[in-house]
Design a protein around this ligand. Structure first.
Ligand SMILES: Nc1ncnc2c1ncn2[C@@H]1O[C@H](COP(=O)(O)OP(=O)(O)OP(=O)(O)O)[C@@H](O)[C@H]1O
Ligand SMILES: O=P(O)(O)OC[C@H]1O[C@H](OP(=O)(O)OP(=O)(O)O)[C@H](O)[C@@H]1O
Ligand SMILES: [Mg+2]
Length: 283
């Protein structure tokens, strides 16, 4: 049995649970139970505050965890990271009151900065040769400048609406973060094997999410142009249609390239383009 710690309730919780379920792992969860066992994989799930997860994994209380890189690096255990998970993407940024002028990070010399990330911010400022007074607060950091608690803040930004709503503007990006899978560095051989199975499943789920299955009809005369646009995993599948001179082409496209490629496919004569989600993608 391998033990995985995830956030009980917060920004990471839903995506962490969805990822585990999409890996084909079933379990019962209720908001009162802080521990559950999977029914079809030797996995126990612990529901914790995210700040506690890196320390628990470092100490071996939990074998694995899902946490933001911001919390992992702040806790001082960056080496526990084993897999990027692609969700909860955000950045740690410095922000000041919108009414204040700003030229460069040197303007923060000697200023008071409120943050929940004194380690990450301290290292960043030292790298920039700036000395400032850091005030560590654990939440609602964006309120600090407007109540005279600090001249600037360093906190998590995603859409920027919290900054906007508090009269702040972002001036520097200090750190970029996403959710990561972390693991204790002294796992037994059996647990290491379970970790590898989990990583393999997570990679298959993530690859599938990034890709779409595409089917289309094209005149035989356009086939070379269509094939050039749709390389597929190995090469596209091409089958003849009942109608003479036409083929059906099936392939896989990356979601990022999707709209660009479909436009080009239409331009070379493709018709009846269907796009389907992929559930798992095993390389
Ligand atoms: N607005 C956001 N967009 C994307 N990711 C975010 C956002 N806010 C936070 N995150 C990421 O999600 C993690 C958890 O954020 P959350 O706000 O739930 O933490 P918390 O309030 O400290 O929770 P806990 O009660 O577990 O201590 C953050 O450390 C960060 O990695
Ligand atoms: O740029 P935005 O999209 O506005 O997101 C940034 C905000 O999101 C997070 O807080 P959250 O809403 O999770 O609340 P919390 O402070 O209670 O954790 C974070 O602490 C920021 O305040
Ligand atoms: Mg927390």
């Amino acid at each position: 049995m391998i033990r995985l710690a995830i956030q009980k309730s917060g920004r990471l919780s839903e995506d962490s649970l969805n990822l585990i379920r999409e890996c084909g792992i079933s379990f019962l969860s209720s908001s009162y139970k802080l521990k559950t066992e999977a029914t079809n994989f030797p996995l126990e799930i612990l529901f914790l505050r995210d700040d506690d997860i890196p320390g628990y994994v470092q100490d071996g209380v939990a074998d694995l965890g899902i946490v933001g890189q911001n919390v992992l690096v702040e806790a001082g255990f960056p080496d526990l990271e084993v897999e990027k998970l692609g969700f909860s993407k955000c950045r740690l940024s410095l922000a000041i009151l919108r009414s204040e002028g700003y030229n460069s990070v040197a303007d923060l010399q000697g200023k008071n900065i409120a943050t929940s990330y004194p380690q990450i911010l301290g290292r960043y400022l030292a790298g920039e040769g700036v000395q400032a007074n850091l005030h560590t607060i654990s939440g609602s950091v964006e309120i600090a400048p407007s109540i005279g608690l600090a001249d600037a803040i360093c906190d998590i930004v995603s859409s920027g609406s919290t900054l906007l709503g508090n009269g702040l503007r972002e001036v520097e990006t200090v750190f970029r973060s996403e959710a990561v899978l972390i693991a204790n560095q002294n796992l037994s051989a059996e647990k290491q094997e379970l970790l590898e199975q989990l990583q393999f499943r997570m990679q298959s789920v993530r690859r599938a999410r990034r890709n779409k299955y595409i089917l289309l009809n094209a005149p035989v005369a356009s086939l070379d142009a269509v094939k050039a646009l749709l390389p597929g995993i190995k090469s596209p599948t091409v089958t003849p249609l009942a109608e003479e001179g036409w083929v059906s082409v099936q392939s896989v496209v990356n979601e990022d390239d999707f709209w660009h490629i479909t436009g080009q496919l239409k331009a070379v004569g493709a018709e009846g383009i269907l796009v389907l989600p992929i559930e798992k993608m095993i390389s």
